[in-house]
Design a protein around this ligand. Structure first.
Ligand code: SF4
Length: 328
């Protein structure tokens, strides 16, 4: 029996502009299994956040999901009315964002914000919800929950605010948590604590997590699998250990080479030259062609297909054209 919780199939999300529709997410497909933590990695503009907003049904205007399917527990979310989606959002699928101080209401006590989240989705009395809020604050590792429950966000550190956001997200025991750059605004030591917490909670709550980050190092220690995104498409997808040890796509290879090492070295830090192409200047062939050290003549004009390298490992690059297409 499949343990697939979420399946995104050939998702296309575009923005309507005077130049016509511009595809910011273009043909993205991946699955998330129950209890799995999948990292979605890529530079700004790679479409990773827009993919998660598409799953949540929160694509900002003038963007919209143009085609594809998003199955959550077998139900296509794209076919639901907004009222049905409201019941799923926050209850079955929750999301946390990068800057918790912006996401939290500055004039509402932290405990009250958790109580609100619980009472939005469940029939709980204020007292019951407050008890749960205290319990959740303890679960996310905040010392002295009784004091924190009455604190305003500005009275807490960035790391504590992110823990409150996680408590709000967990308040209805979601089956899927989408964490969009949850550690980017935090100090390195606090980042590690938040990642450790997410990893622990997904086991405790038997929950799947999509962890979105621009930093490959962030997912290295916690993810089961990763999807490497570039310019709105998935370039490589597979087991984290396999990809970190044997990256097959030139973009993934560049990302791994760009991770700073602690050893003393006279070598300059590696970086991938160039930038992600603008939405209205996407090449007709491989989207990484202008920055790829291994580009061939056909790369400029022919879009590569996703190929299956081995069971569960996929790569989108002409170097592997003799491998089996993932969409056969
Ligand atoms: Fe490089 Fe060509 Fe592969 Fe694109 S398809 S990553 S340009 S080798």
């Amino acid at each position: 029996m499949s343990n697939c919780l979420l399946e995104v199939k050939d998702l296309v999300t575009a923005f309507t502009t005077s130049k016509g529709p511009l595809r910011a997410v273009d043909g993205v497909s991946f699955q998330v299994n129950s209890g799995e933590l999948i990292g979605v990695v890529g530079e700004s503009g790679s479409g990773k956040s827009l993919t998660s907003l598409s799953i949540m049904g929160l694509v900002p205007y003038p963007g919209k999901v143009v085609s594809g399917e998003i199955f959550f527990e077998g139900q296509d979310l794209l076919k639901l009315e907004e009222a049905e989606m409201v019941k799923i959002r926050g209850k079955n699928i929750a999301m946390i964002f990068q800057d918790s101080r912006v996401s939290l209401d500055p004039v509402c006590r932290c405990g009250e914000q958790i109580v609100e989240a619980i009472r939005t989705h469940e029939k709980a009395t204020r007292e019951e919800a407050r008890e749960r809020a205290l319990e959740l604050i303890g679960l996310v590792g905040i010392p002295n929950p009784a004091r924190c429950v009455n604190a305003y966000p500005h009275e807490l550190s960035g790391g504590m605010c992110q823990r409150i956001m996680i408590a709000i997200a967990l308040s209805c025991r979601p089956k899927l948590l989408i964490a969009d750059e949850p550690t980017t605004a935090l100090d390195v030591t606090v980042q590690a604590q938040i990642l450790e917490l997410l990893d622990k909670l997904r086991h405790d709550f038997d929950m799947s997590v999509i962890l979105i980050t621009h930093n490959l190092g962030v997912v290295a220690g916690v993810a089961d699998r990763i999807a490497v995104m570039y310019a709105g498409q998935i370039m490589e997808l597979g087991d984290i250990g396999e990809i970190l040890n044997h990256p097959m796509h030139p973009y993934t290879q560049g990302l791994i080479k760009s991770i700073p090492k602690l050893e003393v070295s006279s070598k300059r830090l590696y970086s991938i030259s160039g930038t992600v192409p603008a939405l209205d200047k996407m090449p007709s062939g491989c989207r990484f062609e202008q920055r790829c050290p291994e580009a061939m003549a056909l790369c400029a004009t022919v879009l590569p297909e996703m190929c299956v390298l081995s069971d569960g490992q996929y790569v989108c690059c002409h170097k592997y054209d003799t491998w089996r297409s993932a969409y056969e």
